[in-house]
Write a protein that binds this ligand. Structure first.
Ligand code: NAP
Length: 326
């Protein structure tokens, strides 16, 4: 669902890892449906040609469906990948897409964070009731196994908070401005890389980062958190001169995400911070991102170095292998 940068990256990953998936995991796949507002609802249970689809050639005989439920049923979908644009206010129509998938017996894997911040509990409960999986590893830091770490990799730990640089577009814009380019050129660069939201204001005004913080607080810290509860300032108000002059003085601005447990709640914040170069977050270039988890027993940092949109495609593929294997 949605056939933009992320879905295409997933398809490329599925094609390039097809043999490995078959040999190592005994997993085979078939692309039986593609849908978007402009493409319509294409369903072909015998399988669409993935290379042709990547080249925007869709079979004329494929029966179009009228809505998501009919589309999933016609496609005989075992797994839905939801990669439509983020709707910060409501999470829709992605929530309906995920619910329809689970109700028609398909697993649901999302790159779109909307369903997580607006309907995590409901969709998780629905998935449990239907005996299907609802996975979302690629929503934060692409293919980095953040959600998979908890609780299995870190049993009996208490996550007290986290901090990180989680919006790649803002980081690209700041890095480009430091190199002497303008704010708009930085945004264009992120768009060319296929990492910006369809409305890049969602990145530079801190919405995407705030959604990620709310998601992590909700899922990993167990405190339902709405986006409005995250104090949010983006990078738009930073002047280009200021960004360059602090860089020359051995410091860097980064759009930093923070969350800290306070009693039964979590204090959440996204704002530009001036960091000394000795701070590990200050070293993040371009699309790179990082997170530090503050656990009761130790601190743990993960850094993703210069990912392209293929890393998001990989995150979806990794979730696919998780659902395809018992
Ligand atoms: N790009 C990244 O690096 C990245 C990383 C992690 C997560 N994500 C998330 O992944 C999602 C997709 O990102 P993207 O970069 O692939 O965006 P994109 O290139 O803009 O593609 C979005 C796709 O969704 C379709 N779409 C949008 N609204 C729709 C609707 N209401 N119903 C049906 N289809 C709809 C669009 O096609 P039509 O216009 O034809 O409908 C388009 O095919 C977003 O939620 C984003 O936050 C992206």
């Amino acid at each position: 669902m949605g056939f933009g940068h992320v879905s295409r990256a997933l398809l490329r990953q599925l094609i390039s890892k097809e043999t490995e998936m078959r040999r190592k995991y005994d997993v085979r796949w078939r692309l039986t449906g593609i849908a978007s507002r402009r493409i319509g609802w294409i369903a072909e249970p015998d399988g669409l040609n993935p290379i042709a689809a990547l080249n925007n050639h869709f079979p004329s005989h494929a029966q179009p469906a009228r809505n998501v439920r009919e589309w999933l049923e016609r496609a005989k979908a075992d797994v839905l990948f939801e990669a439509t644009s983020l709707n910060v206010e409501t999470g829709q129509p992605a929530i309906d897409h995920v619910a329809a998938a689970l109700e028609t017996g398909a697993h649901a894997i999302i790159a779109n964070k909307g369903p997580l911040v607006h309907a995590y509990r409901e969709l998780t409960a629905l998935a449990r009731e239907k005996g299907r999986k609802f996975l979302f590893e690629s929503t934060v830091m692409d293919g980095v196994p953040i959600f998979s770490l908890f609780p299995l990799g870190l049993p009996a730990t208490d996550l007290r908070g986290f901090s990180g640089v989680l919006n790649s577009t803002s980081n690209v814009v700041l890095t480009e401005i430091e190199k002497g380019r303008s704010f708009d050129e930085g945004v264009n660069r992120a768009q060319t890389l296929g990492i910006a939201e369809i409305d890049p204001a969602q990145d530079v005004d801190g919405w995407d980062a705030a959604v990620k913080v709310a998601t992590l607080a909700t899922v990993l810290m167990g405190v339902p958190t709405r986006v409005e509860q995250v104090q949010r300032t983006g990078i738009r108000e930073l002047s280009e001169e200021k960004i360059r002059s602090v860089r020359a003085a051995g410091m860097r601005y980064k759009l930093v995400c923070r969350a800290e447990r306070r009693g039964d709640g979590v204090d959440c914040r996204v704002s530009p911070e001036l960091l000394l170069l000795s701070d590990p977050m200050a070293g993040l270039e371009g699309t790179s991102s990082a997170i530090r988890f503050d656990l009761d027993v130790f601190g743990l940092s993960l850094v993703e170095h210069n990912p392209s949109v293929d890393a998001t495609g990989y995150g979806l593929l990794a979730d696919f292998l998780r659902v395809a294997q018992p």
